[in-house]
Design a protein around this ligand. Structure first.
Ligand SMILES: NC(=O)c1ccc[n+]([C@@H]2O[C@H](COP(=O)([O-])OP(=O)(O)OC[C@H]3O[C@@H](n4cnc5c(N)ncnc54)[C@H](O)[C@@H]3O)[C@@H](O)[C@H]2O)c1
Length: 417
């Protein structure tokens, strides 16, 4: 997934950019640039044909100064420990920008889930979680879904840990099915947060979202929900894609119909015929007002940033724009709403789910959505004002806020012993 771009280097470069504004001392900068715990596990699974296959997985906790660590689990063939560390670091800043009491973590397994049966997926999940269980806990480290994982996988994680401790522990993982202690609104939360920040950012650049043309890369949980809710907010979705490729229709695509037919199924969107087929790289360069990269990292780079035509980029994915792309986009006047702000809706509602699980008291969906919207709007407002104060781009502004909150917590706690 990292290809030519080292995602961990990218995350460290972003931290260094923000550190300059904060006057961080070298030791503290080093603390913040380094994960506190990294576990690499290799474990066997007996496959359906009776053969044993060995998988490799990771769990990285980046920083726990502000609370238990929180971060998704990704199943993808290209993951590695460096990318997982970068994603864990971004989780730390994301939780701090949203001002929720969590540190950051991430887990992953190198696997192509398309090659596994449902039973193999379940066995692999249960064994992976058993291997990393020393790090997990409702008060220590709480996973959630990411690429390649979903509510069913979270249910298996909850069940596995519950079997090991001898009682049900719903708060050890979020993004669970509602009937197992999941939260109303969690499935749509990241996409909903993306659209709330899109609406705020449209005001910043004076764009009327009503009728604005939007292109979305990735038609999974985040991309498909963002497309659907952006359409409900009045935008016209002109391009969408999944891992196999995309479709484009300047007059607009019937997103609700596409959502019901293809959401989460790779190759699905290309089956829709009343549109022009485009590659994923062509999709990013389509004429539009708003671009939502909601798939994988490093999609907008120094190589293609000058060809991006959107005025506004809202990062549904983690790390879709590289630092080189950021500089080019900033020079062109394109506003980039960074991942640690734009896609924080998922972890915010994960926080609500965790709180509900610990209290065993559950909220209605409109309560979840209105609390989410309030946090997303106030986080956006703080970042926008930091952007003006520091005269910088929005990513650096968000990092200044997030990194400062984590640095302050670290200083106040002191360095043990
Ligand atoms: N799920 C969440 O709550 C959440 C929260 C915050 C951030 N994110 C980030 O959002 C992104 C998407 O996550 P998701 O949960 O929607 O995953 P998902 O597995 O539900 O969907 C991923 C989508 O991306 C597509 N895709 C994969 N590789 C691609 C490629 N090379 N080019 C174009 N499309 C490709 C897939 O076909 C699929 O449509 C990830 O970067 C993830 O880290 C997710």
């Amino acid at each position: 997934m990292s290809q030519h771009i080292n995602i961990l280097e990218m995350a460290r470069r972003q931290l260094a950019d923000a550190a300059q504004y904060l006057d961080l001392d070298r030791g503290l900068h080093q603390v913040l640039a380094t994960p506190i715990r990294t576990l690499i596990v290799r474990f066997p699974v007996v496959m359906d044909n009776g053969e044993v296959q060995v998988f490799e997985g990771y769990r990285v906790q980046h920083n726990a100064s502000r609370g238990p660590t929180k971060g998704g689990i990704r199943y993808h063939p290209d993951v590695d420990v460096e990318e997982t560390s970068a994603l864990a670091m971004w989780m730390t800043w994301k939780c701090a920008v949203a001002n929720i009491p969590f540190g950051g973590a991430k887990g992953s397994v190198k696997v192509d889930t398309k090659l596994l049966s449902k039973r193999e997926l379940e066995k692999m999940t249960r064994r992976y979680v058993t291997e990393i269980n020393t790090m997990l806990g409702e008060r220590s480290d709480i996973p959630a879904p990411d690429i390649g994982t979903n509510a069913q996988v979270m249910a298996w994680i909850m069940d596995t840990i519950s079997m090991q401790v001898g009682h049900t522990v719903p708060g050890v993982v979020t993004g669970k099915p509602i009937e197992l202690g999941g939260s109303e609104g969690r499935v749509e939360a990241t996409g909903r947060g993306v659209v709330v920040t899109m609406e705020e950012a449209a005001k910043t650049i004076g764009l009327n979202l009503n009728g604005a043309k939007v292109v979305v890369q990735g038609f999974g949980n985040v991309g498909a929900t963002a497309a659907k809710l952006a359409e409900e907010a009045g935008a016209t979705i002109v391009g969408i894609s999944d891992a196999i490729g995309g479709i484009y229709n300047p007059k607009g695509l019937p997103v609700h119909e596409l959502f019901n037919r293809y959401q989460g199924r790779d190759g699905g969107v290309r089956e829709y015929k009343d549109a022009q087929a485009v590659s994923n790289s062509e999709l990013l360069e389509l004429p539009c007002d708003v671009l939502v990269p909601a798939a994988i990292a490093a999609q907008i780079t120094g190589d293609n940033a000058d060809r991006i035509r959107a005025k506004l980029i809202v990062e549904g994915a983690n790390g879709p724009c590289t630092p080189d792309a950021d500089h080019i986009l900033s020079d062109k006047g394109t506003l980039v709403v960074p991942d640690i702000l734009a896609n924080a809706g998922g972890v915010v509602v994960s926080y609500f789910e965790w709180v509900q699980d610990l209290q065993n008291f559950f909220w209605e969906e409109n309560e979840v959505n209105s609390k989410l919207t309030r946090i997303m709007r106030s986080s956006y407002a703080s970042v926008e004002s930091a952007m003006k104060v520091h005269k910088t781009d929005m990513r650096t502004a968000a990092l200044i806020i997030g990194v400062k909150r984590v640095a302050d917590a670290t200083i106040k706690r002191g360095i043990f012993p």
